[in-house]
Design a binder for this molecule. Structure first.
Ligand code: PFF
Length: 456
């Protein structure tokens, strides 16, 4: 029997709200900013294929596991892991898995907020007509001007962190629910408009071919594709776990997970189809790196009919998408402080927001005054800036390790009856889920790790 636990943070009003909130967490900068540029840097086709396989075989089953653990534990990931390992009479050290998630969330948010700040500043640039009739070179220099100015980056980073803290402080019902209900569908519509523009560039098929035609990829590319599957689905760090803890018992975890993964994947592919035709039509570099969308989309907005309006809306929605993800990155830590330190949500949000903001300074400076200060970790990466290193270590190492242990805990440590009860799904689906998590997922994660460091 599951222990009786009371909820102190509230619950989602209904199933749709949970799906929207989790989709809000999943769909974010990862889909629109990160996916296109890492696909571009890693040669397109095969990278996309590996990413899709990772979503289906690793991401989806882990998402079900994370929601399941959260809903059973009903608390922050740290206390959920503590409660579940006690309930299952297992080693209390599983609580460290919760800690890993909380730390990863804060580290990711510290740089996520800086990039979201770029998007905010682009709302104003687009609104001011800065991109009208612009050339590829012009867009490039506008981007370079922005990132080389630490004060401006810092200001926007601060604005975004304050926005995030404000929603988290208001709590599950009043804050998070309200923000996601309208914004997700709108973002989807805007993305379609940009894809339609991309179709008129005359290079649409070139973009599509780049995304879907297999080519060479190395072990590191495979690791980045897998890491991104975790990142984009918000897995491996307790964000989805904590959202699952606010989910009601009677809703289907399997169905919700499939919808969330599907929506997330469609948004990423649409973003790719919007961006690459513009890249090729303007003779730009697909591997341009983190600035890619900021150096391509303004060209579209500068040349299409009504582009200023579409551009302002697009960047605003990108900010909202980032906002709904940021909330979930900080929520595990905030929930923990409320549960264990007796803090109010407002206080907890202020504390965690302040710490995250401070770590974010490293990313702000990575693009200007610390541009040449780099780090090398043998076998993993060479000469990475603070931002590159943080992104690599969180997305490609911490999230997959978190996800791997979530998988192991769910199917090797918890009793089968507990997971069967909690998932309450069709027996065949349950068996497939269990088989994937017992054998396929852990082996796949470990093989990808070994391949990336050149051990196999
Ligand atoms: N999934 C978000 C994105 O794709 O932008 C980022 C993210 C949110 C990662 C929450 C991890 C997380 F726990």
């Amino acid at each position: 029997m599951a222990e009786q636990r009371t909820l102190i943070h509230g619950q989602w009003s209904n199933r749709t709200v949970f799906i929207l909130a989790a989709t809000g967490s999943a769909v974010g900068l990862g889909n629109i900013w990160k996916f296109p540029y890492i696909a571009g840097e890693n040669g397109g086709g095969t990278f996309v294929l590996v990413y899709l396989l990772c979503i289906a075989l690793i991401g989806l089953p882990i998402m079900m596991a994370e929601i399941m653990l959260g809903r059973r534990g009903k608390q922050s990931p740290i206390n959920t892991m503590r409660a579940l390992s006690r309930e299952e009479h297992r080693n209390p050290n599983w609580v460290w898995l919760g800690w890993l998630g909380v730390v990863a969330g804060i580290l990711i948010l510290s740089y996520y907020s800086v990039i979201a700040g770029w998007a905010i500043s682009y709302v104003f640039r687009t609104a001011g007509g800065m991109f009208q009739g612009v050339t590829a070179d012009g867009v490039n220099s506008i981007f370079t001007d922005l990132v080389s100015d630490p004060e401006r980056l810092l200001a926007w980073h601060t604005v975004f962190m304050v926005m995030t803290m404000a929603v988290v402080a208001r709590g599950v019902k009043n804050g998070i629910e309200k923000a996601v209900t309208f914004l997700m569908p709108l973002l989807f519509g805007l993305l379609i408009i940009v894809v339609i523009y991309a179709m008129t560039t005359g290079h649409f098929m070139e973009g599509v071919r780049f995304l879907f035609t297999p080519g060479p990829i190395d072990g590191k590319g495979v690791l980045i594709a897998m890491g991104h599957a975790f990142f984009t689905l918000s897995l491996g760090m307790g964000a989805i776990m904590v959202y699952g803890s606010y989910m009601k018992k009677q809703h289907s975890i399997a169905q919700a997970s499939m919808l969330i993964a599907l929506a997330d994947t469609v948004v990423a592919l649409l973003a790719g189809m919007a961006i690459f035709p513009i890249v090729f039509a303007n003779g730009l570099e697909p591997g341009a790196g983190p600035g890619l969308i900021f150096q391509t989309l303004p060209i579209a907005f500068g040349h299409m009919q009504g582009g200023t309006l579409v551009g302002v809306l697009f960047f605003s929605l990108l900010v909202f998408a980032a906002w709904t993800s940021a909330i979930s990155l900080i929520e595990p830590a905030v929930a923990y402080l409320v549960e264990n330190k007796g803090m109010s949500r407002i206080h907890a949000a202020e504390w965690m927001g302040g710490i995250t903001w401070f770590i974010g300074l490293g990313t702000v400076f990575s693009f200007n005054i610390w541009k040449d200060k780099t780090l090398t970790i043998p076998y993993l990466f060479e000469n990475f800036t603070f931002f590159d290193s943080l992104d690599y270590l969180t997305a490609n190492i911490m999230l997959p390790i978190g996800g791997l242990f979530i998988a192991l805990f769910s199917v090797w440590i918890m009793r089968e009856q507990s997971t069967r009860d909690e998932l309450a799904t069709h027996p065949m689906l349950y068996n497939i889920w269990r088989f994937l998590l017992r054998f396929i997922t852990p082996v796949a994660v470990i093989v990808v790790f070994l391949k990336a460091v050149g051990a196999i």
